[in-house]
Design a binder for this molecule. Structure first.
Ligand SMILES: NC(=O)c1ccc[n+]([C@@H]2O[C@H](COP(=O)([O-])OP(=O)(O)OC[C@H]3O[C@@H](n4cnc5c(N)ncnc54)[C@H](O)[C@@H]3O)[C@@H](O)[C@H]2O)c1
Ligand SMILES: [Zn+2]
Ligand SMILES: [Zn+2]
Length: 411
């Protein structure tokens, strides 16, 4: 079968690999009908998250049709259409039972400390991922969720990772009706963080990025947009909030954050240039930059600093953008001085999927609105490159293992 395989930093390929088999009674085999590329996949290829085991199939977003189930999978049968949650829980340990699936004690063969998920680093299992024609789903009774027919594939693929992640980000941010919220990053996670903040009845939502097409998408959702290359985001937020700052901030960027290239924002962060340089070396000691691809962010803790600054006293910071153990720089003193609450973590996908399936089904949210590209799995490497270089108009890519003609949708 065809699959997207990690060979090394800056080196992903579409390979012909062996099809997976049932290994344990709790496994299922799913024929993937749609996969997608996440910002997390980019961290691996840029070298800011890892180490990855070469040969790992990438991808932790997928939907498909059940092909085969192990003898202990009693709630699904071949032919069922399912969404697969990105993180893998056993459903049975005290953590899973409390809804903390990302902290499962049993799913990770590498030990209970790290989150088990599809297509992740060595420490996450590793498990082969979902950017493939078929995938093995461990603890399939828990990690698959049935998809009703009235949710189409383009809506369903975003229920696998992005919508649950962003919804959890908004929940961690403790958004109450009326709150003002700053969402840093307008990639897929940021877009759904905005949608989720709206569901929680936020009063005002500021969206910060430097990519115009992504900012425009945020504005269409009703967010007040700030391009950090045109203005200093902190000054702007303070200016718009009577100098108070926002109640809630969400970091939807993570370790590949960039600093402003130009404008007043660039001046404000000038004195941090040396710190950012050193920090980049700490978080990405090895890179493999090729032309305009696979460049780690040049200011890994930029968003942590900005979000802390943008918040009002006693505000809440939700960190959903990913950082590795190599990230050591957080403005702890400023956060302490303001009595901030800081929450973070890997998404407990399975906890949110049932609720979000219902929200999509009832028409409250249409996740397909942020899907901008649909293409065959065979064009995955080109799609990785375009998503990595943040091509204007590219926000979210759906990959279809069956080679169907490429359709470009309006951004
Ligand atoms: N915690 C979880 O369980 C979980 C799950 C899924 C994704 N994630 C993480 O969420 C993050 C976002 O994912 P995505 O798919 O939207 O990625 P993405 O790369 O498409 O989006 C990141 C966005 O951040 C913007 N950005 C860069 N520097 C910035 C800055 N200083 N200020 C504001 N914006 C800035 C970029 O221009 C880009 O639009 C990633 O770190 C990803 O790994 C976490
Ligand atoms: Zn992801
Ligand atoms: Zn568990």
């Amino acid at each position: 079968m065809k699959a997207v395989v990690f060979h090394g930093i800056g080196d992903v390929r579409l390979d012909e690999v062996a099809q997976p088999n049932i290994e344990k009674p709790t496994d299922a085999i799913v024929r993937i009908t749609a996969a997608a590329i996440c910002g997390t996949d980019l961290h691996f290829v840029r070298g800011t998250l890892g180490p990855m085991k070469p040969g790992t199939i990438l991808g932790h977003e997928g939907i498909g049709i059940v092909e085969e189930v192990g003898s202990a999978v009693r709630n699904f049968a071949p032919g069922d259409r399912v969404v697969i949650g990105s993180t893998i829980g056993c459903g049975n340990c005290s953590y899973c039972r409390a809804g903390y699936y990302a902290n499962c004690d049993n799913a990770n063969p590498n030990g209970p400390e790290n989150t088990a998920f599809f297509g992740g680093p060595l420490e996450s299992g590793p498990f082969d991922g979902l950017q493939a024609e078929y995938a093995r789903i461990p603890f399939a009774n828990v990690n698959m969720y049935p998809l009703p027919d009235d949710i189409d594939d383009e809506q369903a693929i975003l229920l696998s990772d992005i919508f649950p992640t962003s919804y959890m980000a908004a929940e961690l941010a403790e958004i109450c009706p009326g709150n003002s919220v700053a969402v840093f990053g307008c990639g897929p996670v940021g877009q759904f963080a905005i949608a989720s903040a709206k569901l929680m009845r936020a009063g005002r939502i500021f969206a910060i990025d430097s990519i115009e097409s992504r900012l425009e998408m945020a504005r269409e959702q009703g967010a007040e947009i700030i391009n950090f290359n045109n203005e200093d985001p902190i000054e702007t937020i303070k200016g718009f909030t009577n100098k108070i700052g926002v109640d809630r901030a969400i970091d939807a960027v993570g370790v590949d954050a960039n600093k402003p290239d130009e404008g007043p924002g660039a001046k404000s962060v000038k004195e941090m240039a040396q710190d950012f340089k050193e920090e980049k070396k700490e978080v990405a000691p090895k890179t493999n930059e090729k032309g305009d691809n696979w460049h780690p962010g040049n200011a890994p803790s930029q968003v942590l600093n900005w979000a802390t600054e943008a918040l009002c006293k006693a505000g809440t910071l939700s960190i959903i953008g990913v950082y590795s153990a190599a990230s050591k720089r957080f403005p702890i003193g400023e956060a302490m001085g303001k009595n901030l609450t800081v929450k973070m973590g890997n998404c407990h996908h399975r906890k949110y999927i049932p609720l979000l399936v219902n929200l999509v089904r009832s028409g409250v949210v249409d996740p397909a609105e942020i899907l901008t590209q649909v293409g065959p799995l065979t064009s995955a490497i080109e799609a990785y490159k375009n998503f990595d270089r943040r091509m204007p108009g590219w926000v979210k890519v759906k990959l279809e293992p069956e080679a169907l003609p490429e359709v470009e949708r309006a951004a």
